[in-house]
Write a protein that binds this ligand. Sequence first.
Ligand code: IVH
Length: 671
Amino acid sequence: MTRDEAISRIAELTQQINYHSDLYYNQDTTEISDFEFDQLLAQLIQLEEEFPDLKAPDSPSQRVGGAVVKEFNSVEHRFPMLSLGNTYNHDELREFDERVKKGLGTEDFEYVCELKFDGVALSLGYENGLLTRAVTRGDGTRGDEVTWNAKTIRSVPLRIQGDNLPEYFEVRGEVFMPLEVFQALNKEKEEKGEALLANPRNTASGTLKMQDSKIVASRKLDMYLYQLMDGGALNIATHSDAVTWLADAGFQVSQTWRKCANVDEIIAYIEEWEEKRHSLPLDTDGIVIKVNDYAQQDELGFTSKSPRWAISFKYKAESAATQLKEITYQVGRTGSVTPVANLEPVLLAGTTVKRASLHNANEIARLDLRLGDTVFVEKGGEIIPKVTGVDFGKRPANSVAVEFPTHCPECGTELVRVEGEANHFCPNIKGCPPQITGRVEHFIQRNALDIDSIGSKTIAQFNREGMLNNVADLYALSFDRIVALEGFQEKGTNKILQGIEASKQIPYERVLFGLGIRYVGRTVAEKLAEGFPTIEALSAASEEELVAVNEIGERIAKSVKEWFADADNVALVEQLKNAGLQFTLQKEEVEQASNALEGKKFVVSGVFEHFERDELKQAIATHGGKVVSSISKNTDYVVAGDNMGPSKRQKAEKLEVPILTEQEFIQMIGE
Ligand code: IVH
């Protein structure tokens, strides 16, 4: 196909795909089969691969994902993303109303009430009508840029048409996973015997931060918009006009909002939605009340954390009654035994609850729980539902008292209970399977050794086969041994071994975290590594020396000492050292490799093949250059990887800053 033919075919396909998507997603009807639709899309994707420069920034092919981002760009919000103050009852609501009246010096104003959607806030930036950046809330000042993932959300317009659009505008809203999608996903997981997802909110948030946008596309996230930033630029003067404008422009707006003249009308809205909200396709946990007029919003202003012109009202946590069928006991990585209530499935705030945590034996005693009891379960803002009480009136005559097991349900060892601690522990640290596999899972997690080529099932299988009894055994796994197991092929086996091999480069502080010493989380591990730059120094440190390190308290110091006092742990470290893992802190001051880049300023953007982004930045520094965050006329070069944002490219071109490919950069530093 010639280039000209490709141009017209791409235009034709784009038009057809957009037409059929609109029918399917917005008009609830279809004219072609899914198969035919997929064929059109596949043709478009193939043409775009053949002629990459013909891929439009708003091509419908982006809805299916494909971009893989190794690390998200942290970017500054143009307008800070604040949170809202909360109210829990009518009195607090009236107090808010009084503050607003006082602040404005008049009663001449109105409110808009909306539901408070329980998802993840996302800010969308449009340049000349084109979606160019999507940023998570982060700490409110800076967030992660997740543009590729946001583009897979069907309800997020890739382009906004309009005559009077400002050069740049920003809109905000809530990304959520529809309850139906969440339930289907969990059902699938249950069938596969995988761990269930806690709730739609965390799943949406985790999905939005996935590295592979193809998976994000398959997760069917959705979005409601509820805020237009700087509406003045669009000649919009009120929030209600803004949401109307958003809907007209093609954004999805939940049509559940209403203007309210006073607190009584707000309360009527709250009451109306208390039950009705459960028929919505997503979780909501309250309502948001906003002063409608922008000029009045400005007059009221902000506190350091939240606007004075808006507040949320939280509905009470919901509870349901159901029967306690059984209590099972889970053994964690540290050997602690957690009782879990297995319930007769019950619908609670839109999700089916089958299990609830009971924490420990004291909690069971406090609740005076018996098998067969009817219990109340509650779901607050928190993930795992709680058993909050027993309906004693319904206690059956034959109810059975709960007896906490005396022996470990996994390995049969007699449980112990340490004085002053609520939990029972299985002391069989070295032989109890879930403790072993739990430690391995902790060790390989992303923040630790980051071995993502093995999952929980494989770990359990290796453990059953006797190949994996501690984390050091990972480094003794052989190709022949793995490939001989059922379900392992050459390719998968190599992948596992490569993942393990790569972990040998993981820095000391993360290895330290991976060891799973009690109370040594990621930050503590970093502090310890700074204070004791080798594992030898750390293991030799006294309690006083440990406590002398910033942020290390007595409890941590004791735990570290205890860990190194165990000969098995010392042997484990020795084995890991021999396997080639890092046990020395990498020096901060970078050795100068050359001064090839002396005095030059670089901006790094996109994903690279040869380097991780941080490595590339380091390479710039070691060759005498400087990395800056944004492109200006003082920038000497932009190093562009895949996925460099179109706005950055345009800016570089406009300012005539040379754009280097990764290869050109490598040549420049002579590597
Ligand atoms: S307006 C200045 N409207 O609640 C804050 N927020 O605690 C403007 N949220 O981060 C936010 N539904 O993620 C607004 N209808 C709604 C909302 C809403 C949910 C979330 C949002 C925000 C958080 C504030």
